[in-house]
Design a binder for this molecule. Structure first.
Ligand code: C2E
Ligand code: CA
Ligand code: CA
Length: 283
């Protein structure tokens, strides 16, 4: 049943059909979900590897579906990108994240907690993103330097001309720009230094290979890659955040490799805004 192109007979595949039905149901429900306020943001701490202080939180969207329960972004971000809904959803995420961050900032100004928001390639590509970001800051009163935007390698590396100008205009607003999942896409190193970015986020798979607790099981290539990427980032005067840190042994190795900040279950899972507030309050 390989030939399933347009106008051809496809062998009946009950599994595929169920998947397609589920998929089209989600596609139809996505815009409604936005109007019904079914999306929620969870926040995951990004901590300093030097002193454990929470420096930032990453906003991660979830869909509180009335029948299916809490749905993770992997199940709907792709669909939202394909259907174009990502632009409206992304605006909502940005506004909500800035709102929550401004509340934390008002109550705990000394924390200088940064909120980090993911931008889909399709959002980052549109020049209108500069106004969207400026509006979110103006409407919530969040200082620009407390907002970080995460873009994937493919979103920033492909940028030439207009998209590059968009990144520079975003940077001129005073927000921070981070490259997400660094090391998993196509990195044009010559290009990297022309980008107005402030941080590289090392993708979880590299961190997974670092297992200080079981030296025999460790993938030394991953460790050398992390070592090289941290050096590269520092040579370019960028911060490094290691993602997916799950064990104290990994944190220990990352510290030895001079990685600055880390994120992962070891330092706290993604959690509702209230949990972050409690943590800021020292609870
Ligand atoms: P990401 O940006 O790489 O986000 C990090 C993912 O790692 C999150 O998955 C987080 O829950 C997960 N994670 C946290 N701790 C650990 C750990 O210790 N080990 C491992 N292996 N993973 C950990 P999540 O929340 O399911 O998000 C998945 C992806 O969905 C994100 O990957 C991001 O690409 C996308 N996404 C999430 N929220 C948004 C959004 O608001 N807008 C856009 N455009 N994309 C989003
Ligand atoms: Ca991210
Ligand atoms: Ca990531």
């Amino acid at each position: 049943a390989k030939a399933q192109g347009r106008g051809r007979w496809a062998v009946y595949d009950p599994e595929r059909t169920a998947r397609d039905i589920a998929r089209s149901a989600l596609v139809a429900e996505l815009p409604l979900a936005l109007d019904r306020g079914e999306f929620v943001l969870h926040y995951q701490p990004i901590v300093s590897l030097l002193d454990g202080r929470m420096l930032a939180v990453e906003a991660l969207v979830r869909w509180q579906h009335p029948q299916l329960g809490l749905i993770g972004p992997d199940h709907f971000i792709g669909l939202a990108e394909e259907t174009g809904l990502i632009v409206r959803l992304g605006e909502w995420v940005l506004r909500q994240a800035c709102q929550d961050a401004q509340c934390w900032h008002a109550e705990f100004p000394d924390a200088r907690l940064v909120v980090s928001v993911n931008l889909a390639a399709r959002q980052a590509d549109a020049p209108a993103i500069v106004d969207t970001v400026a509006n979110a800051l103006a409407a919530t009163g969040l200082p620009a330097e407390l907002l970080q935007l995460e873009l994937t390698e493919s979103a920033v590396m492909g940028s030439a001309g207009e998209p590059l100008r968009t990144l520079h205009r975003l940077s001129a607003l005073g927000v921070r720009l981070a490259v997400d999942d660094f090391g998993t896409g196509y990195s044009n190193l010559a290009y990297l230094r022309r980008l107005p970015i402030t941080c590289l986020k090392l993708a979880a798979p590299f961190v997974e290979g670092i297992r200080g607790d079981e030296p025999e099981a460790a993938d030394h290539r991953d460790e050398r890659i992390v070592d090289a990427l941290v050096r590269l980032a520092h040579a370019l005067e960028l911060w490094v955040t290691a993602e997916g840190v799950e064990t104290e042994a990994q944190a220990e190795r990352l510290r030895a490799l001079r990685c600055d900040t880390a994120q992962g279950r070891l330092f706290g899972p993604p959690a509702p805004a209230d949990t972050i507030r409690t943590r800021l309050a020292g609870g």
